[in-house]
Design a protein around this ligand. Structure first.
Ligand code: ARG
Length: 465
């Protein structure tokens, strides 16, 4: 098929360039956005008498026919087309004749592609957020079940202080809530209608941009034509949000991998979410977690790709920008695969309460509380810290726990110790005394869960379409 822009050329495009520049293999997934955008544009052109009303309705009907065929799975996409925009326009004219040639009045592929990608990005943000909300639902219900499940908390991957599984899971809930905010922000950035920007300098036709905005359900129209066709910030926001979200998933995966080792033994993955070895009969590998951790790298790569593509591009559109799509789609597809798999895997994971409790009892996780006990008896914290450290050292040498020390032994280190020390440094006490807002005490975590539930309820009530 001759190119729709071939007027000034004296010979056809070289086959090498045709193949090199074609974006239809990856931008065909924009087809629904492209057609919907063109229907709105043609409707407005007819209403404004920029093209005859009869042509506008022929265009709209023709486009609806193409969309129906696409949805029915009967549309044959021409792999030789330059891109999805040229494909749809050429097919339309093939189907409805002369009227089809009026569709592109007052429009450029530059504002057309910006529109299509913005429409797609809105859907992507809403979809990812729906998946994140399901994950959040699960975290909140798991947390309610594990308010009293004591486990060790770590710093430097060394046992630090006792916490609960609910508290640990709610840390991730905070991260995913921030991710939802970020995707909502990316949605809002994408939700601005660029048609009317033309190639770069707007257009001479009396377009009704407000009408197109309304037909396509955008919140606003772009305010500068040059920026309207040059801007891909909304995709960078999506990719940043995707990268940060993958980083959160990856950290969670890393912990689940650790917890399901023989050494930790605090989580057991469901057989449905683990794989075996072709040689070692005993193996049960946490592949879902490892792959999610691994795929984080490719999403970071997608962000770097687009940042680098955009760096140094002069205004306005440059063909470099066609490279935005594969990075964006890859990150989106990756999230859409990782999130439900991760959620299902987490849902089926068996957390071993006894093993977690036993593990929390080792490694002197109550040493801070031993010092705090002395502070309660009037000892300055720095001295109390030293006394507790001396007692830890003694226990390490003797292979004992702090609770194994007799009152005489404790008093030899400091006279302020009394018999109530044993209750004060029990794991339960260590957790329940940390009851400030944001702490691991069951009551504090219960309130944190309630706040998150309310937050989620409000998000769902005011959900972006
Ligand atoms: N396929 C192109 C892209 O994805 C469409 C825009 C082309 N515009 C142009 N002036 N060549 O960016």
């Amino acid at each position: 098929m001759p190119k729709l822009w071939a007027g000034r050329f004296e010979k056809p495009t070289d086959a090498l360039l045709d193949d090199f520049q074609s974006s239809i293999p990856f931008d065909q997934r924009l087809i629904e956005c492209d057609i919907t955008g063109s229907i709105a544009h043609a409707t407005m052109l007819g209403e404004q008498n920029i093209i005859p009303a009869a042509d506008a309705s022929a265009i709209v009907d023709g486009l609806k026919g193409i969309l129906a065929d696409y949805r029915a799975g009967t549309l044959v996409i021409d792999k030789g087309a330059e891109d999805v925009h040229m494909f749809v326009e050429a097919l339309l004219t093939q189907r409805i004749g002369e009227a089809g040639k009026r569709l592109h009045t007052g429009r450029s592929r530059n504002d057309q592609v910006a529109l299509d990608v913005r429409m797609y990005a809105r859907e992507a943000c809403a979809h990812v957020n729906a998946l994140l909300k399901s994950l959040l639902d699960l975290l909140l219900s798991l947390s309610r079940q594990h308010l009293d499940t004591i486990m060790p908390g770590y710093t430097h991957l060394q046992k630090a202080q006792p916490i609960t599984l609910a508290f640990h899971l709610m840390a991730y809930a905070q991260m995913f809530m921030r991710d939802i905010n970020r995707f909502e922000h990316a949605y809002a950035e994408a939700d601005v209608m660029p048609l009317g920007s033309g190639a770069l300098a707007g257009t001479t036709y009396p377009l009704n941009r407000e009408r197109v905005r309304e037909l396509l359900g955008f919140s606003d129209v772009t305010d500068n034509a040059l920026d309207g066709v040059s801007d891909r910030d909304f995709l960078l926001s999506f990719l940043s949000a995707a990268s940060i979200c993958m980083m959160h998933l990856s950290r969670f995966c890393e912990e689940l991998i650790l917890w399901s080792t023989n050494e930790f033994g605090t989580a057991v993955m469901d057989d449905g979410f683990a794989t075996g070895s072709s040689i070692m009969p005993q193996k049960k590998n946490p592949d879902a977690c490892e792959l999610t951790r691994g795929k984080t790298g490719r999403v970071y790569g997608d962000l770097m790709t687009l940042l680098t593509v955009m760096k140094g591009l002069p205004l306005a559109y440059n063909k470099d920008m066609q490279e935005d799509k594969e990075a964006f789609f890859d990150a989106y597809d990756t999230l859409v695969k990782c999130l439900p798999t991760f959620t299902a895997m987490l849902r089926s994971t068996d957390f071993r309460r006894e093993a977690m409790y036993a593990s929390a009892g080792l490694g002197f996780t109550n040493a801070t509380d031993l010092a705090d006990y002395l502070v309660g008896k009037g000892v300055p914290f720095r001295d109390a810290h030293h006394v507790s450290g001396v007692l830890v050292g003694k226990c390490v040498r003797e292979g004992r726990a702090l609770t194994d020390l007799t009152l005489d032994e404790l008093r030899a280190a400091h006279p302020a110790f009394d018999a109530d020390v044993y209750d004060a440094i029990s794991l339960e006490a260590c957790v329940s005394r940390r009851s400030l807002r944001g702490g691991p005490a069951p009551e504090a975590v219960r309130q944190s869960i309630s706040r998150a539930e309310e937050w989620l309820k409000q998000r769902r009530a005011g959900e972006q379409p």
